[in-house]
Design a protein. Sequence first.
Length: 384
Amino acid sequence: MNEQFGDNQETGAVNVPQYTYSPEPQTDDNDPVMLRRKIQKGYGWASLSMILQYIFINVAVIICSVAYSAFKTTEFMAANPGATQKELMEFTTELSGNMMSNMLFLLVATVIGYLIGNIGSTLIAASTVRAFKVKEFFGKIKVSGSSVLLAALVILGLQALSMFAQALISNITGYTGVNEATSELLSFSDNMTTNILLVAYTVIIAPITEELLMRGFILNSLSPVNRNFGIIASSLLFGLMHGNFNQIFNGFLLGLLLAYIAMKSGSIKASIICHMAANFNAMFCGAFYEYYLLNERGEDAAYTAEVIHFAVLLVLGIIAAVLLLKRHGMVTQNDCIVENYSFTMDKAEEKRLTWQLLLSRPSFWIITAIYLFTAVTSITAISG
């Protein structure tokens, strides 16, 4: 505000004070255009981060394959200095086949790919959006340990529900959503090294890195306008990320609960613990029922024991869900992981800045198409 006051030297008249109003400059949080751009950028990068993850995973697997092939080829040529071009080609062809059937190699390549994919895409996306810092995802857990335990039981119950649903669909259709290669990769074998790596990846590495990306960056990027929208949308992407129809449904359900406990606790530490519990349960079933009991007692005994196991978890999960909701209720805008990334607006604008805005992002449809195509091509007829 500027003020001018004084005598007019030519006429002798007294000047009337003149006021000029200068409005305060608007910030990103109250400028509608800048606010929309900020939210739009977050939504875009939520799905772009998954595209980056997909690219990183596949590039890492290719690099591992090329490096392994080059090492083995060099080793072969050193041992066979007089090998002809035809013999070298035959060796390379055989090597390619061996790599595709070598579960240890495939598992190592997959672990490296997902480590790079999950961590790399999170860091790149977060540094580009700059709405929050990665370290904010790992805040202090604001709920009690018993609440985290209840959440873990609910997740195990949902896992049981998903397993029963998959079995029912497979029995009705005669098809399963997981191809043989994926099923073998995630199954126990007689190779102890492979089994140890499988457990380490599934129970420790995957929960930490996937929560970093999904409940860390993606959930927070989709949640500034409406927490429940962020939970549903991030869970949908989490389900799709698994790339097969068996796990898309399971992943969506687990994603809802993992996002719920992350929001209520204010930290992905709680969702990591619950994610580990779910994956440990899956590994236990694979090791004990589908490997040990199957080989020792036969198919009927293994099937019966596994059904009882999941039936008990389903009942416990229902009880835990009632107790958890009674204790903490549904998610509201006051529940958050990143405290400084939240915007309040009227219902009409909120509608425009949730599903309408997300569905207008090309990156969302690209990653959806990629994983749906992968899921469709993974459908396999059940033999026997």
